[in-house]
Design a protein around this ligand. Structure first.
Ligand SMILES: C[S@@+](CC[C@H](N)C(=O)[O-])C[C@H]1O[C@@H](n2cnc3c(N)ncnc32)[C@H](O)[C@@H]1O
Length: 418
């Protein structure tokens, strides 16, 4: 904190996008982590940020955090918000982004999709004087905080902190900072370690022995499988999908099911559907219960996982899966026009190149799943300019207590290009 730090009383006017309280002062906005609208707080200010020293008048919406590490661990931003305030804060992020892009539509209430909790967690590990330290990053620092249990994780990840510590200890000789990602699957823990570099034969033997001892389903390094004792799978509709190590997965299984339901509801009669940015196929395998699906995705391993799952699931209509970079080689209008509906679920950057082609197409319905309200609003404006009406947006919360929000937007072609 600088020598200019000041201790003063601030009144919180609203919540910022990341969940900080925001006070309006004569010097401009001040962001106050863990303060709520309507609260008066004594705080130490440093530039446009301030740390609460004392809450003078607590908000009626303030609740007790469920985790003793809240405010120290960087994982959660919003355990102190009551349910109503929390849901409206998340919904407003969507409303604000759309209105900034000049878009008007119905934004439905936030759908809670936490379910039994997050099915994937990444621990950071690094060597310190007294051994390997394993934990989460402390918010805004490079410090690690050790975590014995994390209440936002699914029960299948209960052993995750112990497993991560054990694996980190085995890898201590490398002296490298590691990311240890653990995913709860139906067959047990699926682990992928990053940061170590290639494993030689001796280390592979050691890790195989560790996987036995820890009863892991699969252990990989940098996405390369060291040992697969049982194929780790996720149930997606009627399909059992084994994602590639470290491959994308929706954060909760409830979130994946909810996003899929919203997508299916948006395009109920479609007979030919394109699933763009399909990942390992959670939408494709569910859509294929009723429609012929063409899936596109840049990650070859994800496409293989999708194809394998679709081929092994009884009663699905054909699923054609193609590895394709949709930023560089988006589907063109003539390729798009054969579909009754297009589903797209791009990464945070959105899908500008693909959406420009979609805007110029004749596809009647588009279901756009997004994990970033800013890129969604930009892309939505392009679709609207191309003659689509944005009928509704449903925010979906699968990252409980974080500032993150997902959504499903439904677009219908109503006119030619404007
Ligand atoms: C938000 S994930 C969605 C995946 C899938 N729909 C799901 O629900 O699991 C975004 C996907 O886009 C893929 N992706 C990223 N960049 C891409 C690109 N340039 N072209 C095609 N796919 C891309 C990622 O590999 C990832 O699988």
């Amino acid at each position: 904190m600088s020598a200019l730090a000041m201790n003063e009383t601030l009144t919180i006017a609203r919540l910022g996008q990341r969940g900080d309280g925001v006070a309006e002062t004569v010097q401009g906005q001040v962001f106050v982590p863990f303060a709520l609208p309507g609260e008066s707080v004594r705080a130490v200010r440093d530039g446009d940020r301030a740390q609460v020293v004392e809450i003078l008048t607590p908000s009626a919406s303030r609740i007790a955090a469920i985790c003793p590490l809240f405010t120290r661990c960087g994982g959660c931003a919003a355990q102190h918000m009551g349910e109503g305030l929390y849901a409206e804060w998340k919904r407003q992020q969507v409303v604000t982004a759309l209105s900034r892009a000049g878009l008007e539509t119905e934004v439905l209430p936030v759908v809670d999709a936490h379910g039994v909790g997050r099915r994937r967690v990444t621990f950071h590990a690094r060597r310190e004087d007294d051994g390997m330290r394993v934990g989460f990053m402390v918010a805004g620092t490079h410090d690690l905080i050790e975590v014995q249990a994390c209440p936002v994780l699914a029960p299948g990840l209960e052993r995750a902190p112990i497993v991560a510590q054990h694996l980190a200890n085995r890898l201590r000789a490398s002296n490298k900072p590691l990311d240890i990602q653990l995913t709860a699957s139906e067959a047990g823990l699926d682990v992928d370690i990053r940061g170590h570099g290639p494993a030689g034969d001796a280390l592979r033997r050691q890790l195989t022995e560790a996987a036995e001892r820890l009863d892991l389903a699969r252990l990989a390094m940098h996405g390369e499988i060291i040992v697969e004792r049982r194929a780790p799978f996720q149930l997606m509709g009627k399909a059992a999908v084994t994602p590639a190590p470290g491959g994308f997965l929706q954060a909760t299984s409830e979130g994946e099911a909810m996003l899929s339901r919203l997508v299916l509801d948006a395009i109920p009669k479609a007979k030919r559907v394109a699933d763009l940015f399909a990942g390992c196929g959670p939408f494709s395998v569910r859509l294929a219960e009723k429609a012929q699906v063409s899936a596109f995705e840049s990650d070859k391993a994800a496409i293989q996982a999708l194809s394998r799952a679709a081929n092994h699931t009884q009663g699905l209509k054909p699923v054609a899966a193609e590895a394709r970079d949709l930023f560089r080689r988006p589907l063109l209008e003539h390729e798009l026009n054969v579909f009754d509906a297009v589903v797209l679920d791009p990464p945070r950057a959105g899908a500008e190149a693909q959406v420009k082609r979609l805007a110029a197409s004749k596809v009647p319905l588009v279901a756009y799943v997004s994990c970033d309200v800013g890129s969604f609003a930009r892309d939505a404006a392009l679709l609207v300019a191309g003659g689509y009406a944005l009928e509704r947006v449903t925010p979906v919360d699968q990252f409980r207590y974080s500032a993150h929000i997902e959504l499903v937007g439904v677009f219908r072609k109503t006119a030619g290009r404007k």
